[in-house]
Design a protein. Structure first.
Length: 500
């Protein structure tokens, strides 16, 4: 392949044209008018200039790349182009019109790909005489930086078309994952619980946006908290994608938007672009960023009161090593710390000698070893017990967030819901386990793929958190994926095991 066509010179189209020309391909870039074409070319040149400034491109290479891009306002010029990527606005009627025209103009062998994020590839293909040669090629923004492409097979897309699209993605320096044409594909579907559960935690009064963001970053290693991310993406876009996935799944409760999203959009609190969302901004600068770690690696003094630990051998080992005064008898302890991702503190306290001295914490395996621990007093917990619990974690060099006693706490709930959605996508054959994990690591920068995360925490623990959430809230959105339940029964992991 020597030449590609790109339809639409906006944010995505100009990025695709840039990476195409950088990969040595001739690129023909189309838009409806001079202004968007000029803006697109200016964006590409600014991108190339930055690469020259950073020493990643020489001036000669830059000139050669620029020279490989030509522009047109006439779709007829795509007559002899063998691969075309469409990146026009996300409107079905518009995409159908473009594909019908390209179908008449282009040779019978040409492949027509769409960069749609949310529309049905099958529906776009259906109006052409070559549905087998229509495919989704879903890039991520900004295209030159983001490594992922979802190659989306419509109901009639041929294996050969998917193969050639994958080949082009690799040529452009991207990692391609194979995805079935289903609402949201992999990334925009599996990522839904991240903002979705964060909004529910806030709406249910469990924690504030700042606390949830700190827990996600310091407690689980996400690069951005869900509220920071909503502000970056824009509340209007987040709400629109959420609604679209919800409607396309015929109102599946897992995807139901939260009233807070509608409220924020009505208030024009869209995030960075309006200067205020969940946080306030001065241009691109976040004015009230969530704090980083204070105690991590910098342990506070050892509290003297006696301690009994329930349900977390990792914490017990850490406490012993640090020299905290431990007791085996909960009745004799000043503080009873209970691992509370699979039952609320209030429930756990009911079966212990003195509920006033019981405090829950989030400690599913591995999570307690991170920088921040969630501390959740129950309804009957005394304030001194909560202070004591916070002092214990600070003495172990961990930061804390004191939150309300809610099912699954913050991090266990976020990870379990992400893993559950990934499990549904796997069960439904949307993509393989490894492609789902790759898509989430590269498409949204997750620290781990949700399925490998589930394996690390233990599928049985993930199932336990979801069962608890469903039982405690009575909500169907938490029903565990049948595949997850089967794997737990079989004692098998998601990756490398029977699920593959
Ligand atoms: N922005 C993102 O983060 C992102 C990520 C992945 C996929 N996408 C998808 O990529 C596509 C483009 O998104 P974008 O963000 O680049 O939009 P954009 O608004 O930046 O660009 C769209 C371009 O299409 C042009 N256009 C308008 N009518 C046209 C027509 N009839 N034929 C050809 N071009 C036309 C516009 O002039 C504009 O230059 C959409 O389908 C979107 O869902 C966007």
């Amino acid at each position: 392949m020597k030449r590609i066509g790109v339809v639409g010179a906006g944010a995505m189209g100009s990025g695709i044209a840039q990476v195409g020309a950088q990969a040595g391909l001739e690129v023909l870039l189309y838009d409806v008018a001079d202004k968007p074409l000029e803006a697109g070319v200016a964006r590409i040149r600014a991108g190339l200039d930055r690469l020259v400034e950073r020493g990643k491109l020489s001036a000669e290479e830059r000139a050669a790349i620029d020279g490989r891009i030509s522009t047109t306002k006439t779709l007829g010029d795509f007559l002899d182009v063998e691969f075309i990527v469409e990146a026009a606005p996300e409107v079905m009627a518009l995409k159908k019109e473009i594909f019908q025209k390209l179908d008449h103009i282009c040779s019978r062998t040409a492949i027509l790909a769409t960069n749609t994020s949310s529309l049905s590839v099958t529906e776009i293909a259906e109006l052409t005489d070559r549905p087998d040669r229509v495919c989704g090629m879903h890039f991520f923004n900004p295209v030159p930086l983001m490594k992922l492409v979802e190659v989306v097979r419509g109901a009639q897309t041929s294996g050969e078309t998917a193969r050639r699209t994958t080949e082009l993605a690799s040529r452009l320096g991207k990692t391609a994952v194979q995805v079935k044409d289903t609402p949201g594909f992999v990334v925009n579907r599996v990522a839904r619980p991240f903002p979705g559960e964060a909004l529910r935690l806030l709406g249910d009064g469990v924690a504030s946006p700042r606390q949830i963001d700190r827990a996600a970053k310091l407690g689980a290693g996400f690069r951005m908290g869900p509220f920071e991310l909503m502000d970056l993406v824009g509340m209007d876009i987040n709400f629109a994608v959420n609604r679209s996935v919800f409607e396309q799944f015929f109102y599946e409760p897992r995807f139901r938007p939260h009233p807070l999203q509608a409220q924020m959009v009505k208030a024009n609190r869209l995030g960075r672009k309006t200067g205020a969302g969940w946080y306030r901004y001065d241009g691109d600068r976040l004015l009230d960023a969530p704090d980083g770690a204070v105690f991590y690696g910098n342990p506070g003094p050892l509290p003297t009161g006696t301690l009994h630990i329930v349900g977390d051998p990792t914490l017990l080992a850490l406490a012993r090593e640090a020299g905290l005064p431990l007791t085996d008898d909960p009745a004799a302890a000043d503080l009873v710390l209970v691992e509370a991702s699979r039952l609320t503190t209030t429930e756990a306290a009911a079966s212990l000698p003195d509920p006033a001295r019981v405090v829950g914490f989030g400690g599913i395996p591995g999570v307690v070893l991170r920088q921040l621990v969630e501390v959740a007093p129950g309804l009957q917990t005394a304030p001194e017990a909560t202070e004591h619990a916070v002092a214990v974690f600070h003495a172990l060099g961990r930061d804390t967030e004191v939150i309300q006693d809610g099912p699954g706490l913050i991090v266990p709930r976020l990870i379990a819901c992400l893993a559950n959605e990934a499990a549904f996508a796997l069960m439904e054959g949307v993509a393989s386990a490894s492609d789902i994990d790759t898509a989430m690591r590269l498409g949204v920068n997750y620290p781990r793929g949700p399925l490998e995360w589930a394996d690390e925490l233990g599928p049985a623990n993930v199932l336990g958190i979801l069962d608890h959430l469903q039982r405690f809230t009575g909500e169907d959105r938490y029903r565990p994926c049948p595949l997850l339940r089967k794997l737990v029964l079989a004692g098998s992991p998601f990756t490398g095991g029977a699920a593959r």
